[in-house]
Design a protein around this ligand. Sequence first.
Ligand code: ATP
Length: 135
Amino acid sequence: MADKFFLEVVTPQKAIVSEEIQSISAPGSEGEFCALKGHTTFLAALKIGGIRYKDASGKERMLFVSGGFAEVLPDKVTILAESAERRKDINIDRAREAQSRAEKRLSDKAADTDIVRAQAALQRAMFRTKIAGTR
Ligand code: ATP
């Protein structure tokens, strides 16, 4: 069994994860990265996407993360996320509604539409829907 290390995922609202894990992969802004215990220290910005980790018992877990930062230390990974949810806590109907709103904004092309903001909302909604449907 892999050596364990600690994972903390926090948002401005609350702590989402605080537990021992065996491995993690996360959507870094420069690409997906993976870490095991003993990894070299580094800092990475995060994109919108999924965090996958193996908990202490070896079970695969999924989280949604909407960007933020990861600090990887040899014995601990800390994720400071703008927002994050465990897969089971994602409200799929809410995500679908957010997706429809964003798609409508992008297709209406109103002069005052903030395109970058609408695209980010669409990405969040699409990843939430995808992760909520992952087994
Ligand atoms: P919405 O338009 O539905 O608010 P959003 O992408 O703008 O979606 P965020 O700004 O990423 O929402 O998140 C705001 C708060 O709402 C966070 O605490 C986040 O965890 C929560 N949240 C947003 N969407 C969902 C969802 N589909 N299921 C569960 N929690 C959600």
